[in-house]
Each structure stands twice: as structure tokens, then as C-alpha cells.
Design a protein around this ligand. Structure first.
Ligand code: 5GP
Length: 207
């Protein structure tokens, strides 16, 4: 399989969702699709079932675990999140790269199963800015924000397991960094060799 699975992780408030939205809405990277995860968390205002997540019950999620439905799954902030094996295989075998918004536990599982996947960690420019972003987006209750802030350190220590690191200080630069990572990955010799197989054969054999 020569298409790539990109995993993006970050602590809450580092700006991961905004980065992904910008890339996808403005089509800044071609031939790439965001995977839609399954979760047992409650739907937030403005979110849509099947668009942002497949919102399902805990019972259904546990059944899907039993039936080996997930490529990876993890419990994050007390809720289950998981990636459909079938969805990822479908996207990659259609010749499209896939982007996964995933936590560090899921990223560890995927790295073991798909060693040539590419992982990117996003850090905020400071803890103060991270906290400001969490409060200003008004998505979660005070109680949930406090819970997320307590988790931040536990998540950030995993940055070292990733292939790339982006510090999201200037949003436009962070968007550009993400584009550059994907563009560079696509230029790797093994991928270029596969995608330009005929050209390379012609160039080398017809002198
Ligand atoms: P949120 O509830 O804010 O959308 O996401 C909470 C956390 O769950 C984020 O760190 C996000 O990356 C992670 N997450 C979202 N989807 C998945 C998934 O399919 N698998 C795993 N392991 N984590 C996920």
C-alpha cells in the first residue's frame, strides 16, 4: 500500500481541529481525506452525526470491539474513541491518503500495525495560550475544561514518539508546516518509485 496514513495528535487547545479544518476546507493538500471516528462521548452543539463523529452508545462500541471492528481504539476523558479498520482500508486502497485525528494511545497502536504511517504532534506556544484557547471556544463546561487541563501534561510528554513536531504559535505557519510535511512524505523515494514506475522504467531503459 503506497498511500499514507497521517496521524495528528495534540493536547486539547493546541489548535489541531482548526488546522485540520483549514487544510480540508481550503483543499490545501490534494488527495487526502479525514477519517471519521466512532465515539461514545456526547454530541456538542454544532456537531453532526456521521460528519464530525459517528456518535454511538457504549454498548454498541463494546460490541464493535468484540467484533474486531477497530484498527485502534482508546478511552479518552472517560469516553471511547475508535477508528474503523474498514474505513481506513477503503480510503487507502482507493489511492487516497488519510488523516487521523487521534490521541497518543491510538497513535501507539497504529504505529505497531502500520509502521510506515506518519505521525505529527502539535504543541501550543505556551500553557497560558492553551488555557485561553480552551476557555474562548466555549465548547465545554468549566468542569470538563479543568479535566482537560489536568490531562495536558500527560498527553504532551508523548510528543517524542512522533515523527514531526509543529508548534502552533502563528496559525498560518502551522498550516504551512503541515502541508510541507505531507508534501515531503510524498516525495520519499519508495513512494516516487511506485507512482512514477513507468516513467522511471522508460527513462532508464530507453537510452
Ligand atoms: P474531542 O472529544 O475533543 O473531539 O476529542 C478528544 C480526543 O480524542 C482528542 O485528543 C482526539 O484526537 C481523540 N480522538 C478522536 N478520534 C479518535 C480516535 O478515533 N481514536 C483515538 N484513539 N483518539 C481519538
Amino acid at each position: 500500500m503506497f498511500n499514507t496514513l497521517y496521524m495528528i495528535s495534540a493536547p486539547s487547545g493546541a489548535g489541531k481541529s482548526s488546522l485540520l479544518q483549514r487544510i480540508l476546507k481550503k483543499k490545501l493538500i490534494c488527495n487526502i481525506q479525514l477519517s471519521i471516528s466512532y465515539t461514545t462521548r456526547e454530541i456538542r452543539e454544532g456537531e453532526l452525526h456521521k460528519k464530525h463523529y459517528f456518535f454511538i452508545s457504549k454498548e454498541k462500541f463494546q460490541n464493535m470491539i468484540k467484533n474486531n471492528y477497530f484498527l485502534e481504539y482508546a478511552k479518552v476523558f472517560g469516553n471511547y474513541y475508535g477508528t474503523s479498520k474498514k474505513m481506513i482500508e477503503g480510503i487507502l486502497s482507493a489511492g487516497i491518503d488519510v488523516l487521523l485525528d487521534i490521541d497518543w494511545q491510538g497513535a501507539q497502536q497504529i504505529r505497531r500495525k502500520i509502521p510506515n504511517s506518519c505521525s505529527i504532534f502539535i504543541l501550543p506556544p505556551s500553557l497560558k495560550e492553551l488555557s485561553r484557547r480552551l476557555y474562548s471556544r466555549r465548547q465545554d463546561s468549566e468542569k470538563i475544561i479543568t479535566k482537560r487541563l489536568l490531562q495536558v501534561h500527560k498527553e504532551m510528554v508523548h510528543y517524542i514518539e512522533y515523527d514531526y513536531l509543529i508548534v502552533n504559535d502563528c496559525f498560518d505557519s502551522a498550516v504551512r508546516d503541515l502541508q510541507i510535511i505531507v508534501e515531503s512524505e510524498r516525495l520519499r523515494i519508495n513512494k516516487q518509485q511506485f507512482f512514477h514506475n513507468t516513467l522511471i522504467k522508460n527513462l532508464l531503459n530507453n537510452l
